[in-house]
Write a protein that binds this ligand. Structure first.
Ligand code: RB5
Length: 150
């Protein structure tokens, strides 16, 4: 599986650790966003990188990190077809896959520690979409997109 990951400066340190974790598990990682943790880098540009990779098919799924996870998740969710889940614990990450078929996981380096972050990453890639009644709701999200996107 190919995973696109990007962060702004506030998510840089955690991004490096998540990349190592993903590569150790055999994922192909497309890395983007802030080149370091010191120079200011907009979460808008980082979100665009991840959402572009997922919507174009270059990546199967994405991980988006900023200080809180809020700004970057807002950007990703402006894309048609993106279901970016801002999560703060493993349960949320698990449910984002099972119930929402999320294709981008977002979180904040200033919010979660490394253990929680890696637990969420693992849950996000281990859990499958449950389908059934949840598929009807995800279809409903697509209908909303079709009404509001050009
Ligand atoms: C950067 O200071 C911070 O605003 C950003 O990382 C994020 O938390 C915004 O939502």
């Amino acid at each position: 599986m190919v995973v696109s990951i990007a962060s702004d400066h506030a998510g840089y340190e955690l991004r490096q650790k998540v990349i190592k974790h993903l590569e150790a598990k055999g994922f192909t990682v497309l890395d983007g966003g802030a080149p370091n943790g010191t120079d200011s880098y907009s979460y808008v540009d980082a979100g665009i990188k991840v959402a572009d990779d997922v919507t174009s098919g270059k990546a199967d799924r994405g991980i988006a990190i900023c200080g809180t996870g809020i700004g970057i998740s807002l950007v990703c969710n402006k894309y048609k077809g993106i279901r970016c889940a801002l999560c703060a614990n493993e349960f949320m990450a698990k449910m984002s896959r099972q119930h929402n078929d999320a294709n981008i996981l977002a979180f904040g380096e200033r919010v979660v520690g490394l253990g929680v972050a890696l637990g969420m990453v693992d849950a996000f890639f281990e859990e499958e979409f449950a389908g059934g009644r949840h598929a009807v709701r995800v279809d409903g999200i697509r209908e909303v997109e079709n009404r509001h996107f050009q």
